[in-house]
Ligand binder design. Structure first.
Ligand code: GLA
Length: 359
């Protein structure tokens, strides 16, 4: 603790929610967003903790208003953002929005350079609870200074808002972002492919010292339910949970399968991701990750990155214990009792997420 932004308690555990980008891109409108909000409630995702509904790029009208304000595209968000945020709040959710620190958003829409205080104030007036600030069209600008301006602007706006820094890990944000925002992207945009997930994960291993309550590394939003195999989807979530990553679902929650939903709301997975100690997992060795949990147990993730089944495991000695009980967080059952080591066979691209309690 200590280095987190303002220690304002807004992101004591990694933010959980849903973001429009991975499923819809810029094709978003008020009806789709409200249907997503209803689905977050109906599927139990809200009650499992997925609080933030975030609209990403694409909500903005092509130009600012005559007064200089960002405005919602009147064709797709005819009632404006304030009314939408009210409706989202009425469903027991928090509301998030997107802008960009540069001259234009990544989709070429109006962005916030020079308007930081004005935009943050408007967002606060609209009832925004979470602001994602992207990094397109920022030639010659320094991210440290510009995101510091954003942190001041959010503070000055006087409404508690999570600040999500989206600088893609280009300027080592883990070194400066923890005192400015609540989470910062560490990588380029994720895609719904095994290669993308594994490339991102490889970048996370040295970053564990920088995360903790109030300030999180963000390996990008989830691609669960967007086309990977069931095993790959599960491994994606296993890894995000061991990394104490923010979990922003990125699928069309209105039409997800029962198995996708079960992955997202799995209670013992979420308990690991959201563990109050806030320690980010680190690799013990290739394909074996571990993190300490608040109750003194350890979480362990085993991942088979190979294209053939493989046996994998660990010894309690590696975790600094002698004997331990091993519980499968996905199956929600104990799989070994008072053992000195644990091993299992994993299908290609499969994983295990375990909670290990010293006996
Ligand atoms: C960038 C971000 C993405 C998304 C798009 C929107 O690529 O990294 O997460 O916000 O912009 O245009």
């Amino acid at each position: 603790m200590g280095i987190g932004r303002l220690a304002d308690g807004l992101a004591a555990t990694p933010p959980l929610g849903w973001n429009s980008w991975n499923a819809f891109g810029r094709k978003i409108d008020e009806r789709t967003v409200l249907e997503a909000a209803d689905a977050l409630v109906a599927t139990g995702m809200r009650d499992a903790g997925y609080r933030y509904l975030v609209i990403d790029d694409g909500w903005e009208a092509p130009e600012r208003s005559a007064e200089g304000d960002l405005v919602a595209d009147p064709a797709t968000f005819p009632r404006g953002i304030r009314a939408l945020a009210d409706d989202v709040h009425a469903r027991g959710l928090a509301f998030g929005i997107y802008t960009d620190a540069g001259t234009r958003t990544c989709q070429g829409l109006p962005a916030s350079l020079g308007y930081e205080f004005r935009d943050a104030r408007r967002f606060a007036e609209w009832g925004v609870d979470y602001v994602k600030v992207d990094w397109c069209h920022t030639d010659g600008l320094g991210p440290r200074a510009l995101y510091a301006k954003w942190a001041l602007a959010v503070h000055a706006a006087g409404r508690p808002m999570v600040l999500s820094i989206c600088e893609w890990g280009r300027h080592r944000p883990w070194e400066w972002a923890p005192v400015l925002g609540h989470l910062w992207r560490t990588c380029w945009d994720i895609q719904a492919s095994w290669e993308s997930v594994m490339t991102i994960v490889a970048r996370q291993s040295p970053l564990w010292p920088y995360a903790g309550p109030g300030h999180w590394n963000d390996p990008d939003m989830l691609e669960v339910g967007n086309g990977m195999s069931a095993e790959e989807d599960r491994t994606h979530v296993t890894l995000w949970a061991i990394l104490a990553a923010p979990l922003m679902a990125g699928n069309d929650v209105r039409s997800m399968s029962a198995s996708t939903r079960e992955l997202l709301v799995a209670p013992e997975m979420l308990a690991i991701d959201q563990d109050p100690l806030g320690e980010q997992g680190r690799p013990l060795r290739d394909g074996v990750w571990a993190r300490s949990l608040a109750d003194g147990s350890r979480a362990v993730a085993l991942v088979n990155a190979a294209d053939a089944a493989a046996e994998t495991g660990f010894t309690m000695d590696e975790l600094g214990a002698r004997r331990a009980t091993v519980r499968d967080a996905w199956a929600r059952e104990d799989v070994a009792s008072r053992v000195t080591s644990y091993s299992t066979t994993l299908a290609p691209h499969a994983s295990a997420l375990l909670r290990v309690r010293a006996a």
